[in-house]
Design a protein around this ligand. Structure first.
Ligand SMILES: [Zn+2]
Ligand SMILES: [Zn+2]
Length: 430
């Protein structure tokens, strides 16, 4: 059995409260030991000056297969994940057809195995066909490998359906992930409703459309005892609501995306569709509140909402262009730039939100940690390397990123999945 020794790196494993220089030994697809190990490892990776951590996990990506393979496939999306330092991603069900059956979930897992890139875990639809009417066969989805449920791309609009989903999902101990948006309030919306939308004459999406559904669903989680996960939180009030809910003991968690803690609605002055996402970029006060929520733990984890769209689609006029941006390959540098360098989070705090927290959310006890016996998924980050983000170099099929040209420091250096080195920056394994 091949043994890999990752030598001399700064080992950060928040799930075990470890932050010190230590070697990591992998064998047979598992973590063998930390610190001491066999003296005759078959492969030695020099990690001096690097951060070594459990493989990063993103619970919110769109991989577009089946149905929109021109934007992304499971293989290209999983490759993009690796290049961004992620060893596992959970993909959303808004494919064509929707991911609402056992066979559909099994297809995702099969395609990911064939691709041999990052692990991909399917998130099943809450409602059949994502129509928002009838509950999907949650039990069959779990049997097919679904790790959570959501109708993302759209919210579960019906309060009674959401209540039943929260109730029923308890049987499988899975969370319901919700895209919080009262659709009636955002008809014709392109961007955040406020001073900027008025000035630009563009349709607005009020913060209240998010706040109202966050408040409703926290209350539904409270009365059912189900697990609610708020996706891509973007408003100051929503952050307060999650904090209040947690204080009352409601089982609610939240994620934030890099664009929501770096960019504001002023960016839309450029009319560039790479600033068009849903939920939209909000105001400076909202950005500060999201950062505050990340700092105090109200927001449990970081996720990208990686939403690839082919160039021709995204280049339509602003009101015609689809919502969303790619995010996998900019997650580490933007997190470093916007959260770590200004001192909002330390590396261990940021890595916690990308390892043990997401692993707990989607029930992956052998991931998100480097405890002996855990899966041999490891991300090695070079925190010092300076580079300029160039979307044309992305492994993703789509290049719709607002971060092109940004000067960043830090990126994935070597990524190991299941005990195999599957990505090495520049193809060189040190
Ligand atoms: Zn969404
Ligand atoms: Zn999404």
């Amino acid at each position: 059995m091949q043994t890999i020794q990752i030598r001399g790196g700064r080992l950060i494993d928040p799930g075990q409260d470890i932050d010190r220089v230590a070697d990591v030994f992998l064998q047979g697809g598992r973590v063998l030991s930390i610190g001491e190990g066999p003296v005759d490892a078959d492969v030695i990776i020099d990690a001096r000056g690097m951060i070594v951590c459990p493989g990063l996990i993103d619970v919110h990506v769109h991989l577009r297969e089946p149905g929109n393979e021109e934007d992304e496939t499971i293989a290209t999306g999983a490759r993009s994940a690796l290049a961004g330092g992620l060893t596992s991603v959970a993909c959303m069900p808004n494919t064509r057809p929707a991911l609402d059956s056992q066979a559909a979930a099994e297809f995702i897992i099969l395609q990911a195995k064939r691709a041999r890139q990052a692990n991909v875990f399917p998130v099943g639809a809450v409602s059949k066909g994502r129509n928002g009417e009838e509950l999907a066969e949650l039990g069959q989805l779990v049997a097919g490998g679904a790790v959570a449920f959501t109708d993302d791309g759209a919210p579960v609009a019906s309060a009674s359906l959401m209540r039943r989903a929260l109730q029923y999902s308890k049987m499988f101990d899975r969370c319901i992930m919700q895209h919080c948006q009262v659709m009636e309030l955002t008809v014709g919306g392109v961007m955040n409703e406020g001073f900027e939308s008025m000035k630009l004459g563009l349709g607005g999406m009020p913060a209240a459309a998010e706040d109202i559904m966050v408040a409703r669903d926290i209350r539904l989680a409270e009365i059912t005892g189900g697990r609610l996960h708020i996706q891509h939180i973007s408003t100051a009030r929503a952050v307060e609501l999650v904090a209040e809910g947690k204080k009352r003991g409601v089982r609610v968690t939240a994620e934030a995306c890099p664009h929501h803690f770096t960019l504001t609605d002023e960016r839309l002055r450029s009319f560039d569709s790479n600033y068009k996402m849903n939920p939209p970029l909000r105001t400076k006060d909202d950005v500060d509140a999201v950062i505050g929520g990340l700092r105090d733990g109200t927001i449990d984890l970081l996720a990208t909402d990686h939403a690839p769209h082919a160039f021709e689609k995204k280049m339509r006029e602003l009101d015609q262009a689809p919502f969303g941006i790619v995010g996998l390959e900019t997650l580490i540098p933007i997190t470093a730039l916007a959260l770590i360098e200004p001192g909002h989070l330390s590396w261990p705090e940021a890595i916690r939100k990308l390892t043990v927290e997401p692993a707990t959310l989607i029930n992956l006890p052998t991931k998100g940690t480097l405890k002996p016996g855990a899966d041999a998924d490891v991300t090695i980050i070079d925190p010092h390397t300076e580079w300029t983000i160039d979307p044309s170099q992305f492994h993703s099929k789509s290049k719709n990123s607002p971060f092109g040209g940004w000067k960043a420091r830090g990126r994935a250096h070597t990524v190991i999945v299941d005990g195999e080195v599957r990505y090495a920056l520049g193809g060189v394994i040190g």
